[in-house]
Design a protein around this ligand. Structure first.
Ligand SMILES: CC(C)(COP(=O)(O)OP(=O)(O)OC[C@H]1O[C@@H](n2cnc3c(N)ncnc32)[C@H](O)[C@@H]1OP(=O)(O)O)[C@@H](O)C(=O)NCCC(=O)NCCS
Length: 147
């Protein structure tokens, strides 16, 4: 838990994510929720990143949603985020999810570039999603089985 909170505090210390930072109770919720995927990256016994979000089996077809992904700043750009995302997509496919969605701030250029590099496309503008005047962006990607 301390590792998760450290990653959270270091990665989302920006105004547009102020209301969306996860706290201890949020992480506990995802950890206990049987419908959520929650993966952590561990390096030398140290938690350095995570990805989490629900599998929405009630949708037709079922869809997974990435609520958050974060890697410690000093370890970004080393492929850890990509490995976590790929693992998340694989687990979602195993639960018949053929699509994945997420929200991101248009101010988060690194995040948008990361997701675009993994096949996510802009789907919808979310007005005032992060607070008044702080719009969000819904991105979506197909999640087909790998050849
Ligand atoms: C987005 C994030 C999870 C990516 O994790 P990462 O481990 O750095 O990603 P990878 O090393 O696997 O990067 C894969 C590719 O994504 C793109 N990318 C990642 N960070 C980028 C940046 N700062 N600027 C531009 N492109 C970037 C690049 O194409 C990169 O490939 P490259 O390193 O060969 O250039 C990480 O930057 C992060 O934790 N950001 C803060 C939290 C956040 O914004 N989360 C997303 C919103 S929920």
């Amino acid at each position: 838990m301390d590792g998760l909170l450290t990653v959270e505090q270091q990665c989302f210390n920006v105004c547009y994510y102020a209301f969306y930072t996860l706290d201890r109770r949020d992480f506990e919720y995802y950890f206990e929720d049987p419908d959520s995927l929650f993966l952590a990256a561990v390096l030398d016994d140290r938690l350095v990143g995570y990805i989490l979000g629900p599998v929405e089996t009630w949708r037709r077809p079922p869809t997974a949603h990435i609520d958050s992904i974060a890697i410690l700043p000093e370890l970004q750009h080393k492929g850890i985020g990509s490995r976590l995302l790929q693992s998340f997509l694989t687990l979602a496919r195993q639960q018949d999810c053929r699509g994945v969605t997420l929200e991101v701030s248009p101010a988060n250029e690194a995040g948008m570039a990361f997701f675009a590099g993994h096949g996510f496309q802009k789907a919808h503008r979310l007005r005032n999603y992060y607070g008044k005047g702080l719009h969000g962006l819904l991105m979506a990607a197909p999640n087909h089985p790998q050849p």
